[in-house]
Design a protein around this ligand. Structure first.
Ligand code: NAP
Length: 215
């Protein structure tokens, strides 16, 4: 489990352990915008485990700053360049395994087809940068699937659905999307379905809990 804040990692680890979940868990500090920390994390995983079965690129920023340069820079740096660097650094470890998975946590808001639909929805102000970043992330996923699918790597872009989290801000209203956001445990279950092979028929696609989104 990776994260940029050691304190948050420690408390998340305590939470998982106190839930009595079986298995072992290690934490590694990693900032997806910091190439050195990515390389160091990959080195550690290589040294301590020798291979990687699943990489979930989950980190993202939901920046809606009124200044276009600010929100585009933050969104593209964290949501596109970071996952692309991460995927590149960890890919040799993935390709060393028997049945590797690479999952990019994207968003239905990044679907170009759905955005271009005249009936398509605007979800929040200044959403252009976040949505553009998820569209670009989808291309990163497509390219990885095209380039490494033949080497056995299964690649998914995955939308976790509209669920409670900090991505819209930390106030109660923002976290719950005005009370409309769903339970992130459901997103976790859908992710587990991917990495345990129950979505293998959708390899190379943009999946969500109930099916597949158009790119
Ligand atoms: N929640 C939704 O409704 C929804 C809908 C569609 C897609 N998604 C996607 O789901 C994924 C998870 O987001 P979430 O909803 O759980 O939001 P979240 O609570 O804001 O989680 C995002 C995580 O990314 C981490 N992060 C941000 N910048 C980072 C960096 N530079 N290096 C390392 N970690 C970094 C954050 O770490 P810190 O805790 O240190 O800030 C945080 O733990 C994202 O890809 C998001 O776009 C969410």
């Amino acid at each position: 489990m990776a994260g940029r804040s050691q304190d948050k990692l420690n408390s998340a680890m305590r939470e998982v352990q106190s839930a009595g979940i079986k298995g072992s868990l290690s934490i590694v500090q990693l900032d997806v915008t910091d190439e050195q920390s990515i390389k160091e994390a990959a080195r550690r995983v290589h040294e301590e485990h020798g291979r990687l079965d699943v990489l979930v690129n989950n980190a993202a920023a939901g920046n809606i700053d009124p200044d276009a340069k600010t929100r585009f820079t933050i969104s593209l740096t964290t949501n596109v360049i970071g996952p692309a660097m991460l995927a590149e650094a960890f890919r040799p470890l993935l390709l060393g395994g028997d049945n590797p998975y690479s999952v990019y946590v994207s968003s239905g808001t990044g679907s170009l087809s759905m955005a271009a639909d005249p009936a398509g929805v605007t979800y929040f102000p200044n959403e252009d940068a976040y949505r553009a970043s998820k569209a670009a992330l989808n291309m990163v996923a497509i390219k990885e699937w095209k380039d490494f699918g033949s080497k056995g790597l299964k690649v998914f872009a995955f939308c976790p659905g509209f669920v409670i989290s900090n991505i819209r801000g930390t106030s109660e209203d923002a976290r719950t999307g005005g009370g409309k956001a769903g339970d992130p445990m459901v997103s976790g279950q859908s992710l587990l379905d991917i990495i345990e092979g129950r979505r293998d028929a959708d390899d190379g696609k943009f999946v969500h809990k109930d099916g597949v989104y158009p790119w």
